[in-house]
Write a protein that binds this ligand. Sequence first.
Ligand code: MG
Length: 445
Amino acid sequence: MNRRSALKTFGGAGAGLLGGAGPLAAAQAQARRGLPPVKITDVKTILTQPAGDHLVVVKVLTDEPGLYGLGCATHRERPLSVAAYIENYLKPFVMGRNCDEIEDIWQSAYVQSYFRSGVTGNNALSGLDGALWDILGKRCGVPVYKLLGGKMRAAVPLYAHAAARELADLEDQVRKWMAQGYRHVRVQVATPGFSGYGVGGAATSEAVQKMRPEGVAPSPVFEPTPYVNMTIKMFEYLRAKLGFDVELLHDVHERPTPALSLQLAKALEPYRLFFLEDCFAPEDVAWFQIMRQQTTTPLAMGELFVNRHEWLPLVTNRWIDFIRIHISAVGGLNMARKVASLCEFFNVRSAWHGPGNVSPVGHAVNMHLDLAIYNFGIQEQNFFSPTVREVFPGAPEIKGGYMYSNDKPGLGIDIDEKLAAKFPYKTPGGSRGNDRRLDGTIVRP
Ligand code: MG
């Protein structure tokens, strides 16, 4: 029987039983009655700065009255580029599309620009994608984590940030987090006299400025060797004071040379970190092959990744222990859920990037994925101020070192647009990369 005659037979049998529509068509009609198609009628880009960071949130409206979704498209440093991408290219491309076709919309929008996998297009796509998952969850009456397979854990374990200019202050901060129930704390200490990543007010001293050559560009000064020395000293101090039951993390932030990062990772072995983050810049990820063979220190990487070729070798060769991608920067939940599945097969665990430059909507996306995946590792926390919570009702709750879902359909978060409009951007975007070496060489952020 050829295909055409088979279809004819199928349709003929159905016509007798179901009055001409056929069983397949009847089933499809039933499915449609259960979840009628809804179309995208508008895509709004909302720019707001209710706290320190420039946030970009996408709101997708539909032809079902009152039904809309939210997604995070935040690229703090270049938010207006993302907004222009959405308004000029993505919005016209998806108007009228069926909201349920999440995968098809993602894949078609991804190649629409021909050149792809850039941070601007990925963030724009993430805003749209998050909103579509939110809409689907609302249509099904379930939280997004249920669409992803259901809860694997009751709540999401978080790591807190501790940073200080003095070691004793740092120890106090870690103890305060531990007293609140946290078992994971990221620790950063200032390098005396120098600028550095992760410690507010760590200014360059006059003595260090005097070490600079004539004619050098004025800037905060970072030098990798004092930083590495101080970081080793910090862990020696903290482990002596705190013991080994608290999990300690540290972010190198791609600053030292590869060889110095190798020395640091090896020197930190006795202090048994939970992970050491971003030992190398994204441009230098091939060094992880060498590092993995040289040290037992657990390695985390990836908050600047935008392209699958950046994380594929690290995961499939088991060169890292934790994937740190910033979900909106890789294209949103639809891509991140696939990255999580890829990592599961190689026992690489998740640690999605989650500071203040991820909007509360993005944190909700992180949380839904954290709840549903098997290979969850840890989640970076960000506290939302009362003002931010007013702008984003339903932002994930944080209690005693855990993030909780409110179990509302969709992402469970909303935005008060009128209130958001009261916090316009103060500048066109954030900026990074102002530190220089003593001789004036620019330091990676
Ligand atoms: Mg980091």
